[in-house]
Design a protein around this ligand. Structure first.
Ligand code: ATP
Ligand code: MG
Length: 263
């Protein structure tokens, strides 16, 4: 039997377009297919996670992440159940453009970094096995809320020039959050995305990452795979869109490796 304690994981990298949202969606669905109860939370005003799971058009009065952060609705009220094959379950707290106002909206609140942590406390201890937070590509108040609410940080990295610089900046941010707000925050893992074995630069950066993060670098690498880029346009996760693709294989393997780490 797996542990009943919920694991809250912030999927973050302040660098844009590295595969955060793709990882939240497909790792989340992978975990649900392996029998886990998974909550995905869209904390990005682009709301790509929400759209990529098929919810392009939310009703105007839909309860979304911003309402939960503001304390105007509970997470339970925001929860949208998504279809899921297998024994687990998949739930989404949707994002919306209104998240773009968060920095201004919360500027004068003394507890502005702790709004998400408070909202998550509202959940029962056994409602979910995993909560994956899709962060925006910056270190603003939404990302800080995710870092304060999370047990660990999962960092998708593209094995390219400057990847290490943005990781170093991220480590400094995590240190600051640990010192001030969330002493238990861990680096849960680093996962290579859009990986191409034929690219020398990809192999070199992968080797350097393994030196710097021997414990945290996932063995599973997410390969560059066009189906992963196409699937969001159909509002489908990779397992539904192309079950036989490299992307589906890689994300299922990542989900399995993550569960092994926990065991
Ligand atoms: N392994 C992959 N192979 C091919 N395309 C990919 C892969 N992973 C992600 N993509 C594509 O790359 C783009 C960026 O990915 P994604 O949106 O997941 O990144 P992100 O880090 O969430 O971006 P942002 O910083 O804007 O939130 C998307 O078009 C996505 O479909
Ligand atoms: Mg994203």
């Amino acid at each position: 039997m797996h542990s009943t304690a919920v694991r809250t994981i912030a999927v973050m990298n302040q660098k844009g377009g590295v595969g955060k949202t793709t990882t939240v969606a497909n790792l989340g669905v992978g975990l649900a297919r392996l029998g886990r109860r998974v909550l995905l939370m869209d904390l990005d005003a682009q709301a790509h996670l929400t759209a990529s799971l098929g919810l392009q058009e939310l009703p105007a009065d839909a309860v979304t992440s911003i309402d939960v952060l503001e304390g105007q609705a509970s997470l339970r009220q925001a929860a949208i159940s998504l279809p899921c094959d297998g024994q687990g379950s998949l739930t989404l707290a949707a994002g919306s453009l209104a998240l773009s106002g968060a920095d201004v909206l919360f500027a004068s609140r003394i507890d502005r970094e702790l709004l998400l942590k408070k909202a998550l406390a509202d959940l029962g201890p056994s409602d979910f096995d995993y909560i994956l937070l899709d962060c925006p590509p910056n270190l603003g108040v939404l990302t800080l809320n995710a870092l304060c609410a999370a047990h660990g940080v999962l960092v998708p990295v593209q094995a390219e020039y400057l990847a290490l610089q943005s990781l170093a900046e991220l480590m400094r941010t995590m240190d600051a959050v640990r010192a001030q707000l969330n002493p238990d925050l861990t680096l849960y893992g680093v996962v290579l995305t859009r990986f191409s074995r034929t690219k020398v630069l990809n192999r070199e950066v992968a080797a350097t990452l393994r030196e710097h993060f021997p414990e945290q670098l996932f063995e599973t690498r997410i390969r560059e795979n066009v189906a992963l880029a196409e699937a969001p346009g159909f509002g489908q996760d990779i397992f539904r869109y192309r079950p036989g693709s490299a992307g589906a294989q890689d994300y299922l393997q990542l989900a399995k490796e993550l569960l092994r780490k926990e065991a």
